[in-house]
Design a protein around this ligand. Structure first.
Ligand code: HXC
Length: 258
């Protein structure tokens, strides 16, 4: 992989985008490299949690403006399916994904971060959806995900003005879960991943699916879906390990994830 590296530590995969010359702008080739890494991760059952970060001063400074500029309506329709498809893939992937936002997360970069499950920002990160200043709007889910995360009126303000906000402001509006010092960003992301990895992964994956289901469901259907997942987990060894371990007052419960 030329511009996307991938490193496995225990049960966590760290994906790093390394295209510093364009601040990791999402081009067709960078998106296909990310997809190729995700293919390898999906095939590795030892990986429970994924962290995505960028090199240098950017997480991702948006979709590649050079690549988009001359495209026709039909061409950009097809091209935007790549970004949109990648974000849907991340959102549906049955593993928690943490965006470790080390710097600029703009446009398509923030859209990708919003498709991750949890966001941690470095104190010097800058986030925003500047597309209206380029005469366009988000094309990879930004208008759809931001209102769910921060509420409609704050989302509209960010999208209409295209303003860039800092990490503290992003934390204040709930766009990121926490803020870390630049040096501690990956350490915090790994600590969070480890806190997830020690739990039953069948349960964690069911939880991701159930929370995802809530977006388009009414409360009755959502609770029904949750009950189905809850009941199905009673057929797993993990449920016996977890609840049995509690009843036996065991201290360190180790799940086999089956
Ligand atoms: C292509 C980009 C880029 C981008 C930066 N670069 N962002 N190239 N697409 N989105 C390139 C610059 O052209 C420059 O190349 C190099 O990266 C370094 O960037 P600088 O601008 O010199 O750095 P700096 O002055 O520090 O400014 C950083 C910045 C600025 C504030 C992040 O680069 C910027 O505003 N970038 C564009 C952000 C943006 O508008 N994103 C939204 C894109 S639209 P050279 O060759 O000059 O060194 C979008 C739609 C999504 O994302 C649709 C999805 C389907």
């Amino acid at each position: 992989m030329e511009n996307v590296s991938y490193q496995k530590t225990d049960n966590t995969a760290l994906i790093t985008l390394n295209k510093a010359d364009t601040l990791n702008a999402l081009s067709k080739s960078l998106i296909s490299e990310i997809n190729a890494v995700l293919d390898r991760i999906e095939a590795d059952c030892e990986i429970y949690t994924i962290i995505i970060t960028g090199c240098g001063k950017a997480f991702i400074a948006g979709a590649d403006i050079d690549e988009m500029y001359g495209k026709s309506r039909a061409e950009i329709w097809d091209w935007s399916a790549l970004g949109s498809g990648l974000n849907l893939r991340l959102e549906k992937m049955p593993r928690p994904i943490i965006a470790a936002i080390n710097g600029y997360a703009l446009g398509g970069g923030l859209e990708l971060a919003m498709a991750c499950d949890i966001r941690i920002a470095s104190r010097n990160a800058k986030l925003g959806l500047p597309e209206t200043g380029l005469g366009v709007i988000c094309g990879a889910g930004g208008t759809q995900r931001l209102p769910h995360i921060v509420g409609e009126s704050i989302a509209k303000e960010m999208i209409f003005t295209g303003k860039t906000i800092n990490a503290e402001e992003a934390y204040r509006i709930g766009l990121v879960n926490r803020v870390a010092s630049p040096d501690a960003l990956l350490e915090e992301a790994f600590a969070l991943a480890n806190a997830v990895n020690k739990n039953g992964q069948l349960a964690v994956r069911a939880a991701k699916e159930a929370v995802g289901f809530s977006r388009n469901a009414n409360i009755e259907d959502g609770c029904q879906f949750e009950r189905q997942k809850f009941s199905a987990l009673f057929e797993t060894e993990d449920q016996k390990t977890g609840m049995g371990g509690f009843l036996r007052k065991e201290k360190n419960i180790v799940f086999q994830n089956r």
